[in-house]
Write a protein that binds this ligand. Structure first.
Ligand SMILES: [Zn+2]
Length: 145
């Protein structure tokens, strides 16, 4: 087995490691600030804003009690608008998550993480159609219908 590639970039107050995954839609990052390391699974999510958004789901092992499990982070086209759901962003208008997303975009790393599929359109038959097919195939009609 070959060694996994890990990319590193400096962000405000620390650094971020990015590791692409062979599984579509998933990458992992480690945000390093001071002595704290926090690991997240990341996946791009659809956004109605002009820009790109990512859901960062924090590793259970790195979560503090009462902390949310994931943060949705947005960086607008050109990097001018930034949003994150975390308390740090609400207070300071910047945070390690949006700094991380900017690093992911600037380095082209996010394009190594194919967008998460929001909904897979399925064309499944209805229960009524299934019943009709069963009757056509010789089964008794459903006596409970
Ligand atoms: Zn944040």
């Amino acid at each position: 087995m070959c060694a996994q590639t890990i990319f590193t970039e400096v962000i405000d107050g620390g650094a971020v490691d990015f590791q692409p995954s062979p599984v579509a839609g998933i990458g992992t990052i480690t945000i390093k600030t001071g002595r704290k390391y926090a690991r997240y699974a990341i996946a791009e999510i659809p956004t109605c804003f002009s820009g790109r958004a990512v859901r960062m789901t924090k590793s259970l092992a790195d979560r503090e009690i009462g902390e949310p499990g994931s943060y949705d982070v947005l960086v607008g086209r050109g990097g001018q608008d930034r949003r994150c759901e975390c308390k740090g962003f609400l207070r300071w208008n910047h945070c390690k998550h949006e700094a991380t997303l900017r690093a992911l975009l600037t380095n082209g790393w996010l394009d190594m993480v194919p967008a998460m599929v929001d909904e897979i359109p399925l064309d499944l038959p209805t229960a009524e159609e299934v019943n009709q097919m069963a009757v056509a195939a010789g089964a008794d009609a459903d006596p409970f219908r």
